[in-house]
Design a protein around this ligand. Structure first.
Ligand SMILES: [Zn+2]
Length: 159
């Protein structure tokens, strides 16, 4: 059993105290909060859509089944602008499908860009630096066990 180095009392109480001062704890928060945010955002915004079911775009078959002329269907699926005069010649339902096909192509492009970013060097670097920040922040905020003398209040070595 350890005794107090100052008064020799054996009445030692285990305490958890911050390893560093309050400035370090503040810095720890500053580092830890963005790290957690990146982790949460990464899980929600980047990881979730990739693991989820892929969105089914308007297919050529759908356009053909609706009677959309092949030339317009190809143009819409390639993301090209369909002439208003061509759209006017279509029925309302056909027009809706053509516009939707164009829209999906646009969204698909954004999604591809995001996935390229996520699977490329961009996201791992962000994630790695966030993890590094998190570890440093966590260490700055960490506590250690010390034995405090209940008689005189002096801190002894960790038991
Ligand atoms: Zn003491």
């Amino acid at each position: 059993m350890s005794t107090c180095t100052r008064c020799g009392s054996v009445q030692l109480v285990a305490r958890r105290v911050h390893r560093y001062g309050s400035l370090a704890i503040f810095l720890g928060y500053l580092l830890l909060v963005p790290a957690v945010l990146v982790g949460v955002l990464g899980t929600m915004g980047v990881v979730a859509p990739r693991t989820g079911a892929p969105r089914v775009p308007v297919t050529r078959q759908e356009l053909e089944a609706a009677g959309v002329p092949a030339r317009i269907a190809d143009g819409a699926l390639a993301g090209q602008r369909v002439l208003d005069t061509e759209l006017d010649a279509l029925a309302a339902e056909q027009r809706r499908l053509v516009l939707e096909a164009q829209l999906r192509v646009g969204n698909g492009g954004a999604r591809v860009a995001l996935e390229r970013f996520a699977s490329g060097v961009g996201f791992p670097v962000v994630l790695a630096s966030a993890a590094a920040c998190g570890i440093v922040g966590w260490r700055l905020m960490s506590k250690r066990h010390l034995a405090q003398c209940s008689n005189c209040g002096a801190f002894g070595a960790a038991s």
